[in-house]
Design a protein. Sequence first.
Length: 352
Amino acid sequence: MKALVLCGGSGTRLRPLSRTMPKQLIPVAGRPVLLHVLQNLRELGVEEIGVIVGDWREAIEEVLGDGSAFGARVTYIPQQAPLGIAHCVLIAREFLGDDDFVLYLGDTVLTEGVAGIAEEFTSAPTAARIVVQKVSDPRAFGVVETDADGIVTRLVEKPRNPATDLAVVGVYFFTPAIHEAVAAITPSARGEREITDAVQYLVDTGHEVRASVHSGFWRDTGRVGDLLDCNRELLNGLRRSVAGRVDATSEITGDVVVEDGAVVERSRITGPVVIGAGATVRDSHIGPHTAIGAGCVVEAAGITDSILLPGAAVRRVSDVHGSVLARESAAGPAARRLRLTAGRPAWTGAAA
């Protein structure tokens, strides 16, 4: 089985964070989201991975290379514009050939993977198998309707009145039957070839499509709150490792990773926390569920439940909480507290 990973989106919901890096490379728990995706694919035994890329191709290639570092072979497939998920399948036809494949959105985090569902797909072949999850409010998702045997009868994109609570999570298993479907459908009102339309074509033309319910942690990392949720969940599985330098006056409690080249001086670190390679933390308190990116600088600051993207700096801010700081950004003494809401910084508290 091959894999097709989609990394061509523009990440508009994550601006301004996505202005300096693609959303698939925004790190959670110290690693880009895309690397968490590749880890899940390797757990399935997938070795041939096609990656759909857009404007951020060079940045993504720099991280993935030819795939050999992950025990895989990566083929890059350019998409000139974000014309829909089904369009990605269409332009990947030569790479996919006549093999079964798993389609995986590159900004999707499933901490427990989909190995069990992959086994269902291979042991009981159908034209397609869609990974779904029960949600409290399905109106923001593609929604799957099934019969009593779990066979898909209908897919609806963001329905006003959902018939079920089964939301599509962004992982699909396909046989080559999908190629006829993506070629047959026409672009939707928003100008995209929708994968929901392609799957509905399979259903309408008599192909069997099944849904498998995923019950573990799932988020697509399209919003700041989702990034923080993923960061917390993944950090909870951290194991202590100190490769960088921690001076004798610093205190480390719990599961903390200090990567090679990082420096911690006169500080208190309470895990789970990741401090990236080459980062510097001085005279500060870093609280639980914080990931400090490579090359960051933290001085005389307090940070909890936050993500600092690579190269960010925080100096003399006493309470950074629930925040994501953009790459190469800086937070200084203009305020004592920083909170990030929907990608925009909101300052509270008196000036330092």
